[in-house]
Design a protein around this ligand. Structure first.
Ligand SMILES: Nc1nc2c(c(=O)[nH]1)N[C@H]1C(S)=C(S)[C@@H](COP(=O)(O)OP(=O)(O)OC[C@H]3O[C@@H](n4cnc5c(=O)[nH]c(N)nc54)[C@H](O)[C@@H]3O)O[C@H]1N2
Ligand SMILES: Nc1nc2c(c(=O)[nH]1)N[C@H]1C(S)=C(S)[C@@H](COP(=O)(O)OP(=O)(O)OC[C@H]3O[C@@H](n4cnc5c(=O)[nH]c(N)nc54)[C@H](O)[C@@H]3O)O[C@H]1N2
Ligand code: SF4
Ligand SMILES: [Mo]
Length: 720
């Protein structure tokens, strides 16, 4: 396989460092903001301004009812990231070989001219679709994240199918409810039982714990956690269920079986609010606890017990995460877990129901930011998870269009976070591919670029944020100057559009504040001045709406146990694109054995769960975070370690047909036999041979229409 120098050990790893310039403008003593990171909590922040004008500690706003004064440790010490000596501060042009890491400084004008020239050349050679603006959610700010769509539509560049994160989760939830919204997340504090399913909030969205623990303190609520290993969240739970990866639907079906069998299903509720309860009851008659025990690895008694608890406690709040949907059967699992709440009818009660994400409540008019009216018909969408296949010329992944010849990348670090990493790296090594990366740090993706542009961080630009895990709209103003010549995403896109002769749309001539104000006014939410004065806007729907007491989101107003996966709403599918492998999906809740199963050659199933001190690939620049996380490891049980012939602390190799990584073994108790865990998306160069964890994960599209199954990978493990 072709390997660039950048991916061979021993090459320079660090960017040229330029110290950030000292602050000159005086600032108020305290300021407000919102966390921009890709995290459902979207915390309201109080920002401390030190006497010398620099940013001090960040704290959770105590008067925000969801944040309630709590933020995670990595954001509390944000000054470390803001003033990090490795911040990019000048535009850099590659002078060495691709990926070698040698750059020279150039001016912004020269840099932007170069991008425009290369984009026009690609367009002339292969058509506009050969340019692929590539992005994700490094910032969740709506202006700085989504303006790239206005840019792509104005030029007719390739569209992007966002498949990293939310597809299976959102699709599975909406298949049941018909709408991506649920009971007020603050109601968790009024629950008598909280089922935290397939998420590790102590690490990934700390505020869930605030409200769950409040319920325990105030009401003596029981906390149940379903995961595939003993996470920090499970350690704080009253009941912990450790199951086989990808087996959640079996657990959910057995719970519903017991509810029907033992008269714990709410028949009145089912008749009034659901589509086919009798059919579901009959279908589940063979999905017994014993049946599920064999699939999940739990014992049947434990399933009976938790089913009884769920059936008898009316105020049960299901907090359903993303983790358990990152499997090839993830949408089916999410739908099955959500369906439990419809069988017990707990939706009717305060503190009851099933919550995943509140995306549907905002109804924002983003047309000025995204300019959908400029979109030309027939432009292909490219799957962000399949960038490796796309850049190496896979015809199916190219979706009937030309090769990709030029890219602008903002807000994401694909060389680290994408599946099939070996292919991704090979693609970025292509000499005929022009890549411009706009970044805060010299990430592994930036190091592969022809041109690197320095980006602002959230305290250095204006933007607006909405909480997926709550119901607030929040503004985060520019509070401090960026180091050196770092510029916001909006600046880059507007300037490029101008140079490319595509800046007719008024959105290319507005500041971030003007965009926010326009969006608020046109969405019926007042003005930016009003939002700033009130600090945030609480958009929680009323109780009856949030609990679906006037009907669910489907046209018939009912919760759907029966799903037509090929035709039902597909919340993330790009318009006009085909479905994925949906045809064999079960139409009623069921265990669907479509996971990447272990076999004789790959006896272990790997889950790549998040690390507490990192957020995806962000915060890996933090010395404190790296120290806390230690080193890349694979965690396995004593029996599995023996089976692999390795011991605690050993250097080991872990691999499959996609590649091999080298890391250290840690023996833990917890996962079911055959399940191994590797926490964190460590930088690739934290691994001995530069091959990161996503070398092992697959980019095959997950049912029903695509997505990445990051926690569903069969591997072998050997002594190194
Ligand atoms: N093995 C494994 N891989 C995974 C996952 C997993 O669980 N396991 N999770 C997947 C998931 S859910 C996701 S969402 C993806 C996310 O993966 P990424 O999209 O890479 O996520 P982030 O680290 O949040 O952000 C990427 C970059 O955005 C940059 N950035 C932040 N703000 C700005 C800005 O204002 N402007 C510009 N230009 N850049 C900015 C940051 O510096 C950072 O380098 O990873 C996926 N990859
Ligand atoms: N500290 C930190 N916070 C983060 C992130 C991070 O990387 N680090 N990432 C951010 C992003 S982009 C997102 S999308 C969210 C995601 O946050 P979550 O919704 O929490 O999802 P995941 O992080 O993918 O995984 C959560 C848990 O799911 C478990 N899991 C994996 N497979 C299965 C399964 O088959 N069944 C069950 N029951 N459990 C399973 C994992 O072991 C893990 O403990 O977090 C955000 N917050
Ligand atoms: S918990 Fe999430 S939203 Fe809150 S500060 Fe941390 S990363 Fe940001
Ligand atoms: Mo994500």
């Amino acid at each position: 396989m072709l390997l660039c120098p950048a991916f061979q050990p021993g090459w320079p790893r660090r960017a040229p460092t330029i110290q950030s310039r000292p602050m000159t403008k005086p600032l108020p003593a305290k300021a407000v903001s919102a966390c921009p990171h890709d995290c459902p909590s979207t915390c309201a922040l109080d920002v401390e301004i030190l006497p010398d004008g620099r940013i001090g500690r960040l704290r959770g706003a105590p008067d925000n009812a969801y944040t309630a004064g709590v933020v995670c440790a990595k954001v509390a010490r944000y000054a470390e990231r803001l003033y990090h000596p490795d911040r990019l501060t000048r535009p850099l042009r590659r002078v060495g070989a691709k990926g070698e890491g040698r750059f020279e400084e150039i001016s912004w004008d020269a840099a932007l001219d170069l991008v425009a020239e290369r984009f026009l050349a690609a367009e002339a050679e292969c058509g506009a679709e050969s340019v692929w603006p590539y992005h994700y959610a490094g910032t969740m700010g709506l202006v700085q994240r989504d303006s790239i769509h206005r840019f792509r539509h104005a030029k007719g560049y390739s569209r992007q199918f966002d498949s990293f994160c939310t597809n299976m989760a959102w699709t599975g939830y909406v298949a049941g409810t018909g709408r991506l919204a649920g009971p007020d997340p603050r109601e968790m504090a009024h629950a008598d039982q909280i089922v935290i399913w397939g998420t590790n909030p102590v690490a990934t969205q700390v505020n869930v714990m605030t409200h769950a623990v409040a319920a325990r303190k105030i009401r003596g609520a029981r906390i149940v956690v379903v995961d595939v290993y003993r996470t920090e969240t499970m350690r704080q739970a009253d009941v912990g269920l450790v199951i086989q990866p990808g087996s959640d639907a079996a657990l959910a079906c057995a719970i519903m079986h017991v509810l029907f069998r033992d008269g714990l299903a709410d028949r009145d509720y089912l008749d009034k609010y659901t589509d086919c309860p009798a059919e579901l009851d009959a279908h589940l008659s063979t999905r017994t606890p014993e049946w599920a025990a064999a699939i999940t690895g739990l014992d049947a008694g434990a399933i009976e017990a938790v089913a009884r608890q769920i059936g008898t406690v009316k105020r049960t709040y299901f907090r359903l995460g993303y983790g358990f949907t990152r499997s090839r059967n993830g949408a089916v699992s999410m739908h099955a877990a959500t369906s439990i709440a419809a069988v017990t009818g707990c939706w009717q009660y305060e503190g009851g129901g099933a919550f995943h994400n509140n995306g549907a409540i905002y109804e924002l008019d983003k047309t000025m930011i995204e300019a959908p009216e400029l979109r030309r018909p027939g432009i292909r969408a490219l799957d962000q998870s399949q960038i490796g296949r796309i850049l190496t010329g896979d015809a199916a992944a190219l979706n009937g269009g030309p090769p990709v010849k030029a890219m602008l990348i903002q807000n994401t670090n694909p060389v680290s976070v994408c599946p099939e990493q070996a292919l991704v790296k090979r693609g970025f090594c292509r000499e005929d591919l022009f890549v411009c990366v706009h970044e805060q740090f010299m990430t592994e993706t930036a190091r592969m670029a022809d041109l690197v542009l320095p980006a602002t961080q959230f305290l250095e630009h204006d933007d607006i944020y909405k909480g997926g895990g709550h119901q607030y709209l929040l503004f985060g103003p520019k509070l401090t100057e960026a180091p050196g010549e770092a510029r916001e995403n909006l600046f880059v896109l507007n300037e490029l559009a101008r140079r490319l002769g595509a800046a007719d749309h008024p959105g290319f001539h507005m500041t971030a504040r003007e965009h926010v104000d326009w969006m608020l006014r046109n969405s019926g939410y007042g003005t930016l001045a009003e939002l700033e004065a009130g600090r945030w806007k609480d958009l929680q729907p009323d109780f009856r709406t949030a609990h679906y007491l006037d009907g669910f989101g489907h046209r018939d107003g009912r919760y759907h146990f029966r799903v037509d996966w090929g035709r039902d709403p597909a919340p993330n599918k790009p318009e006009g694109e085909p479905m994925g492998p949906w045809r064999s999906m079960p139409s009623l809740p069921d265990y669907w054995p479509s996971v990447e199963a272990a076999d004789a050659e790959h006896p272990f199933r790997l889950v790549t769960a998040p690390a507490r001190s990192f957020l995806n690939s962000s915060f890996t620049e933090s010395e404190i975070g790296r120290r806390k996380e230690g080193r890349p490891e694979v965690w396995l049980t004593v029996a599995d370690a023996a089976r692999a012939g390795v011991s605690d602390g050993d250097r080991v190799r872990m691999g499959n047909r996609r590649g091999t990584v080298t890391l250290h073994a840690r023996v833990v108790d917890g996962p079911t036999p055959g399940t191994v865990i590797s926490e964190g998306i460590w930088p690739n160069d934290a691994f001995e041979d530069g091959q990161g964890i996503n070398t092992l994960t697959g980019a095959d599209p997950v049912a029903p229409y695509g997505g990445a199954a990051y926690h569903d990978t069969a591997v072998w493990i050997r002594p190194a």
